[in-house]
Design a protein around this ligand. Structure first.
Ligand code: MRU
Length: 351
């Protein structure tokens, strides 16, 4: 039994609550939360108890289903009004990862096109849709893993940022999927995990999940990445994504774009791995992506026994950044590897 045997997000056995592995407690404590109240689900997404673009989409889909179960509406229109309110509310938990609105819109559409059905029938369709979003995510991640594995060899050195692993998805992960899949086939890799300030997803989550899979895992502080690349330890950089624009500009955890700039300098291929549910073809470039701003305390206090910065200091805490498409060697999706120019290759994938 290790961390990979737990599901990061699911419905409980009776399908009446959302079950999440509380990622804020990892790696020291494995705690499962059972949530039924929509405010608790919103809070779990906002506080990163459940996190990672695909996982928050799945959690929101289950959340919307659970809210639909509770709706005691007189007719279809009253039901849809309640569902719409819940959709907007859950969507407001985090702005950057498109998977959140993608999953909620997909759920809402199921109800929208079911005007002729009874409310209990629509609730059942919503249950099936949420479960499908989850199982499709597993399949997409496995396929991303297959494509990503063609980019690396046994024994390769890989650098990753944040956590785009199983914990951030339903299974396998995105950036870490090739590594988990490679392990299933007896391969091993040397994986350098950026600790990922300020919330330490790399230190707390990625290194934990990779070690559980027997991967040679090396934790580095974010400011060590250049040195590790310079020493020739990195054959490729694999990162996840929260929203990819139609031109391939890719938004991911803060610190990602700096790695891409370094990778270009050192001649190391920089790959973004993510399902098509993370590609937002409605936006032309990364400039249109809303970057989530988070609380100053995440920088000044969290993880420290005592506050470590002077009281009153100004803090800027953007949670994501956008990597220019020209720095990206390939975008690995479940349908294959898109190569530059991305405006064409991504369009072909969606066609
Ligand atoms: O703030 P987080 O921890 O939700 O940010 C997550 C990331 O940036 C991941 O790299 C991204 O969601 C890809 S997860 C497969």
């Amino acid at each position: 039994m290790n961390i990979l045997t737990y599901e990061s997000v699911s419905l409980d056995e009776n399908e009446t609550s959302l079950k999440i592995l509380d990622q804020t407690k990892l790696p020291n404590t494995i705690e499962i939360l059972n949530l039924t109240d929509i405010h608790d689900i919103w809070n779990a997404i906002y506080t990163l108890q459940v996190r990672g673009a695909p996982a928050i989409g799945i959690a929101a889909a289950f959340g919307l289903y659970l809210e639909a179960l509770r709706l005691d509406a007189e007719d279809y229109f009253a039901f849809m009004a309640g569902l719409e309110k819940a959709r907007y509310y859950l969507n407001s938990a985090r702005p950057t990862a498109v998977n959140l609105s993608w999953a909620l819109n997909r759920m809402y559409r199921v109800a929208e096109v079911s005007k002729d059905r009874s409310i209990p029938e629509i609730k059942e369709l919503l249950r099936l849709e949420a479960l499908a979003i989850k199982s499709e995510d597993t399949e997409m991640c496995r396929r991303i893993g297959e494509h990503g594995l063609t980019l690396i060899h046994d024994g390769a050195g890989i650098l990753t940022h944040c956590n785009a692993g199983q914990l951030a998805t339903s299974k396998y992960g995105t950036a870490l999927a090739p590594i988990h899949l490679g392990r299933e086939r007896g391969m091993n890799f040397h994986v350098y995990c950026d600790e990922t300030r300020p919330l330490l997803q790399g230190a707390r989550l990625t290194s934990f999940e990779l070690m559980a899979d027997g991967v040679d895992t090396i934790l580095i502080c974010d400011n060590m990445a250049s040195q590790v690349m310079k020493e020739g330890k990195v054959d490729a950089i694999f990162v996840g994504c929260d929203r990819v624009a139609a031109n391939g500009d890719s938004c991911n955890k803060i610190g990602t774009s700096g790695l891409a700039v370094l990778a270009k300098y050192y001649g190391i291929p920089f790959y973004v791995l993510g399902p098509t549910s993370t590609i937002d073809m409605s936006i032309k470039t990364g400039a249109e992506i809303v970057i989530e701003q988070r609380k100053p305390e995440e920088v000044t206090e969290m993880w420290y026994a005592q506050r470590m910065a002077p009281d009153g200091v100004k803090v800027y805490n953007p949670a994501f950044d956008v990597t220019d498409n020209e720095l990206i060697a390939g975008i690995v999706t479940e349908h294959g590897i898109a190569r530059p120019p991305y405006s064409e290759s991504l369009r072909k994938i969606f066609a």
